[in-house]
Design a protein around this ligand. Structure first.
Ligand code: PHE
Length: 347
């Protein structure tokens, strides 16, 4: 009996690799445990086994049964996997582009950002980047706005919890994290890392506490500009911005500087422009940026010798310019992601 049972199991094991589909699997099972299967027959022989041998033979039969069941399970999962693979067809590469996907376009704000940055790129400015989460040092202190400076109130800020260490922005122990209120942070980052001459523009997202309305959004974009070299004057600032305004708003556009105040520039100005080329889009002077000559205190905070170098800086809101160029009268349209709005800027 023992030899018989061993032979049954050995038979099943040799035959198993040939069983690859459901039909042969069913036939295979029947050969052993079907009504006339070899194990079934062996079990029928139990009657003839002497009483004292029954427990031992019973155990052998059980072992054979367990061995067979394990084999059946194994084959069954192989057959199922083969069937599934059959249904799914050949392996596909999901990273391949489809032939019929419509190609996207840049968001209208990004379109204007690229256009503005391109004007500066052509006259030798590089693009620099900062981070949206900043420390007070980059956003305020290094820009000549110490903790008690009233100008900090002009840029009501979003502060982050003190335990935001995971953000991996280096800071002093008593400094706070915040979302940058302007891209002027990139002036500081650039000057700390590079020696003059420096010519950069820095486009990016900024955040200020604001009640949203047609012209205000708590989340907006700016482009910062910084030029540092020996003997940079207001003439250079004016010429650069004149060129920029003509390139963007038309060759007949004019600019004017009005005295203003920023802690990080001295003197400081608001720049307005007027362009007859805009036709119906605008028939009056419009204010589009703050600018000025870099304050010596900022050079000192950034390790640049103010006796040797001078420079100019400017900062403008992208949305404001986009609204003028695109004839959009409510800033909120840019953030609602309504396709009826966005589709107007395709092509
Ligand atoms: N950072 C200023 C603002 O956000 C703009 C500015 C930039 C002014 C550079 C002067 C020089 O209002």
């Amino acid at each position: 009996m023992e030899a018989k049972l061993k032979a049954i199991l050995a038979d099943a094991q040799t035959e198993a690799p040939n069983v690859t589909d459901r039909a042969s699997f069913e036939a295979f099972k029947a050969r052993f445990v079907g009504p006339r299967g070899s194990l079934t027959e062996a079990m029928k022989g139990m009657g003839a086994v002497p009483k004292e041998d029954k427990p031992a033979v019973g155990r052998l039969i059980n072992e054979a049964k367990t061995g067979l069941t394990a084999l059946f399970d194994e084959i069954h999962s192989k057959v199922e996997a083969a069937e599934l693979a059959d249904r799914l067809g050949p392996a596909i590469d999901p990273t391949l582009p489809t032939v019929d996907a419509p190609s996207g376009v840049l968001h209208p704000i990004a379109q204007v950002r690229e256009e503005l940055v391109e004007v500066f790129r052509r006259i030798g400015f590089n693009v620099a980047e900062g981070t949206e989460v900043e420390t007070e040092f980059y956003c305020f202190d290094a820009l000549n706005m110490p903790g008690d400076h009233p100008a900090r109130d002009m840029q009501d800020s979003y502060y982050l919890p003190a335990q935001a260490e995971f953000l991996n922005v280096s800071k002093k122990a008593d400094e706070r994290y915040l979302l940058r209120t302007h891209t002027s942070t990139v002036q500081v980052r650039t000057m700390l890392e590079n020696k003059p001459p420096i010519r950069i523009v820095a486009p990016g997202r900024c955040f200020r506490r604001d009640t949203p309305d047609a012209t205000h959004s708590a989340n907006f974009h700016q482009i910062e500009g910084l030029y540092v070299a020996e003997s940079v004057t207001l003439c250079d600032l004016k010429a650069t911005l004149d060129h920029f305004v003509k390139a963007v708003f038309g060759p007949k556009a004019r600019t004017r500087l009005r005295p203003s105040f920023f802690p990080f520039t001295e003197p400081s100005f608001e720049m307005d422009f007027f362009s007859p080329d805009l036709g119906k889009l605008s028939n009056r002077w419009l204010e589009i940026m703050g600018c000025g000559l870099v304050d010596p205190a900022v050079f000192e905070a950034c390790g640049i010798d103010p006796e040797r170098y001078s420079g100019f800086a400017f900062g403008m809101g992208i949305e404001r310019i986009a609204m003028i160029l695109q004839g959009v009268d409510d800033i909120r349209y840019y953030y609602q992601n309504d396709l009826r709005f966005l589709r107007q800027f395709i092509g």
